[in-house]
Design a protein around this ligand. Structure first.
Ligand code: HEC
Ligand code: HEC
Ligand code: HEC
Ligand code: HEC
Ligand code: HEC
Ligand code: HEC
Ligand code: HEC
Ligand code: HEC
Length: 463
């Protein structure tokens, strides 16, 4: 809060002055906006007003969100974000602009925001939330995953259908349900390539989508996954719920981990007394007493500036099969370690933080050791042709997946974010059980030189 008292003063004077003018303006436009007192810094054009007026009647829900937003107060309207050039691959016309030379699109990517927020967009685009997020769902190089989606989750294995996995796009001529799992699941968190019909509207349920959505004009990213539309508020994005929409569940239970941590306990018992409305970059201890997800991963705190690259403050890669110190497209782990420590230093002493960082390193080492053991067993089995071709019918390979993707991630992420129950009961405890079961299967196969007939893993339920 401290850095912006000057700015707030100026804003208040402006609000008073412009508020008066706006009241008169709103009345003359018969928009019933008096209560909200829109601040018009540059005025709406006639075209912009027509969208507002008609949509106020036809889509009052969207209107109310927008009206409460800071951007509406600064004169940014539907027109600024939804009007596109006629030549845009996304250009269409709603019933209100038919017959005019105005073209609109319901799709709005980070490129639109970059006109006015270039720095946030630049940081976002180099983070794991942009192209890497949608690559996980549609990049042909990740064929294994597409197999999971189309062949297995899409039931193609029952239809005995071979699908073309070379493009990442919706396969042609296949039953629509082959993409049902991707559309309702993966894509709503990760985003995928938006496919377009002849009328420039999205098809194949590829829109709306998650954070890394790829738009037909080549742009990437949906900013509103955290800045809920149409309020686009900074205070909403500072709360852990903004992240919990995607960061949950058995494979990355970050919101559960947070709520279990001491930080989350503080949020749960006092969070409704905290202040989330400080201006951008000026949200500091005092506004809150314990950090939320945003505090540690994004917000400015102390002498650290806000970043829209969630990778910046990370040391380890805690999501992939082997945990390594981040480099390349995943960030810079050594720098990340230093930045994250600077977050903690606002509220904790070095002794306290050293313990936390060390116990994370130790859990990473413990997990990596078990993973290496599993890799070795698998290599032996492969050499002796003791693996089934279909990994999802092979108990050993199924367990190996859970070791990494569920139990191992929970242990690593629980330790990273101070949640003892996730570190232990959902994490290391289940890791060792899975590992020992894998050893039993391994020993059976080696001793008998054959694969047991039924998968010993009946479902993912225990993990
Ligand atoms: C600051 C930019 C911005 C402003 C201003 C804005 N929108 Fe949006 N709008 C978005 C974004 C971002 C999305 C999500 C698009 C996506 O996921 O590709 C969206 C989505 C939509 C959608 C499609 C989703 C749905 O629920 O059907 C409609 C319709 C829409 N906006 C109407 C409006 C109207 C009407 C206004 C003016 C009152 C408005 N928008 C103002 C950015 C904006
Ligand atoms: C006279 C009323 C009217 C006016 C003026 C109007 N709209 Fe619409 N608009 C609608 C209605 C009704 C719908 C919902 C039906 C549809 O999708 O065509 C709609 C739909 C939309 C959608 C969603 C389209 C989709 O495919 O889901 C967007 C975005 C939109 N309008 C933006 C605008 C913008 C921007 C303007 C101003 C340039 C504008 N509208 C002017 C009535 C209007
Ligand atoms: C035409 C310029 C323009 C465009 C396009 C634009 N913005 Fe803004 N935005 C602004 C201005 C101006 C403000 C500052 C308002 C203020 O300080 O009161 C702002 C403020 C914000 C804020 C801070 C709100 C708060 O609570 O303090 C967020 C978040 C934001 N914009 C997100 C977006 C997103 C997301 C998009 C794209 C979907 C977008 N903006 C597109 C001009 C724009
Ligand atoms: C719409 C869903 C969604 C929301 C909301 C969301 N994330 Fe993510 N996040 C993802 C996905 C998907 C990935 C995995 C990206 C990939 O495949 O590399 C991810 C990855 C991350 C990563 C790791 C990045 C990397 O490259 O390793 C961090 C850290 C992160 N998110 C933090 C946050 C925080 C903090 C918030 C809230 C302020 C948040 N996320 C909100 C979907 C989301
Ligand atoms: C509830 C939201 C959600 C759903 C549904 C979801 N994911 Fe993710 N996914 C995430 C988040 C969040 C991460 C980041 C996890 C982390 O940091 O540990 C992630 C990580 C990943 C990763 C590792 C990062 C990378 O890019 O290599 C892959 C691959 C992946 N998801 C693929 C998928 C696929 C394929 C599906 C559907 C079959 C799917 N996800 C469904 C949210 C989701
Ligand atoms: C993962 C969640 C998340 C996503 C995605 C996200 N933001 Fe933010 N954004 C935040 C948080 C949290 C803050 C508040 C930082 C603080 O505490 O001051 C913020 C602040 C802002 C602000 C206020 C100025 C500033 O930089 O602090 C703007 C403008 C903004 N975001 C625009 C965008 C745009 C444009 C995009 C899309 C490229 C975007 N945001 C995507 C979480 C997100
Ligand atoms: C006290 C600070 C703090 C809070 C609060 C916090 N995190 Fe973290 N987070 C960390 C640290 C530290 C790591 C591990 C960083 C490293 O590698 O050194 C981490 C790791 C992660 C990762 C793993 C990235 C990977 O490698 O797979 C994700 C995703 C993530 N956090 C999301 C969230 C979400 C979502 C929330 C809120 C629900 C949250 N975090 C709350 C500090 C925090
Ligand atoms: C905004 C201040 C703030 C920040 C930043 C912060 N913490 Fe905390 N932390 C707290 C508070 C408050 C508690 C709860 C103390 C209590 O209620 O017992 C706490 C408790 C903890 C605990 C529980 C153990 C104990 O002392 O009872 C751990 C572990 C922890 N923090 C680690 C971290 C790490 C690691 C970071 C940086 C990645 C961090 N914290 C950042 C305020 C903060």
């Amino acid at each position: 809060m401290r850095r912006s008292s000057g700015k707030i003063g100026i804003v208040c004077v402006t609000l008073l002055l412009v508020g008066l003018v706006t009241g008169v303006w709103a009345q003359s436009q018969n928009l019933n906006l008096a209560a909200k007192e829109l601040v018009i810094k540059r005025g709406f054009t006639k075209e912009a007003l027509s969208c507002i007026e008609c949509h106020g009647k036809k889509m009052p829900g969207i209107m109310e969100g927008w009206r409460a937003s800071r951007m509406s107060h600064a004169g940014i309207s539907c027109y600024d974000c939804h009007v596109v050039k006629k030549s845009s691959p996304m250009a269409s016309q709603c019933e209100g602009v038919k017959g005019t030379d105005i073209y609109i699109s319901p799709m709005v990517s980070s490129k639109t925001c970059s006109r006015c927020h270039p720095q946030e967009v630049e940081q976002f685009l180099r983070s794991g939330h942009a192209s890497l997020a949608s690559a996980a769902v549609m990049d042909p190089k990740k064929v294994g995953l597409q197999k999971l989606m189309y062949q297995y989750e899409g039931s193609a294995f029952m239809d005995n259908d071979t699908l073309d996995l070379s493009t990442g796009l919706t396969p042609k001529g296949k039953a629509p349900y082959v993409r049902a799992s991707r559309a309702g699941g993966c894509q709503m968190c990760h985003g995928t390539q938006v496919e377009m019909g002849p009328d420039n509207k999205p098809i194949n349920e590829t829109w709306p989508g998650g954070v890394g959505t790829r738009y037909p004009d080549g742009s990437i990213g949906t900013c509103t996954v955290c800045h809920t539309r149409h309020r686009f508020s900074v205070s909403d994005a500072r709360k852990p719920e903004a992240c919990g929409a995607c960061h949950l569940g058995p494979d990355h239970p970050n919101i559960e981990i947070y709520m279990e941590s001491k930080h989350g306990q503080n949020y749960l018992v006092q969070g409704d007394e905290w202040n989330y409305d400080s201006p951008p970059g000026a949200w500091e201890p005092g506004d809150y007493l314990a950090p939320t997800c945003a505090t540690c991963h994004m917000s400015g705190i102390g002498d650290l500036a806000t970043t829209h690259s969630v990778n910046d403050r990370l040391k380890w890669d805690l999501m992939h099969k082997k945990s390594v110190i981040r480099s390349g497209e995943r960030g810079n782990g050594e720098k990340g370690e230093k930045l994250m420590r600077r977050v903690c230093a606002n509220c904790h002493g070095k002794t306290h933080t050293d313990v936390q960082r060390k116990s994370l390193d130790n859990i990473v080492e413990l997990y990596n050791k078990q993973w290496a053991g599993a890799v070795k067993m698998k290599a032996d089995l492969k050499k002796k042709s003791l693996l089934k071709k279909d990994p999802w019918k092979d108990g050993f390979q199924e367990l190996m997946y859970y070791l990494w993707h569920h139990t191992g991630r929970r242990a690593r992420q629980g330790a990273a974010m101070n949640a003892p129950d996730y570190t232990h009961w959902h994490g290391t405890f289940q890791m060792f059980q899975v590992y020992k079961d894998m050893e039993d299967i391994y020993n059976y196969r080696i001793k008998n030189n054959k694969i047991e007939e039924l998968s010993t893993v009946m479902s993912s339920a225990p993990y």
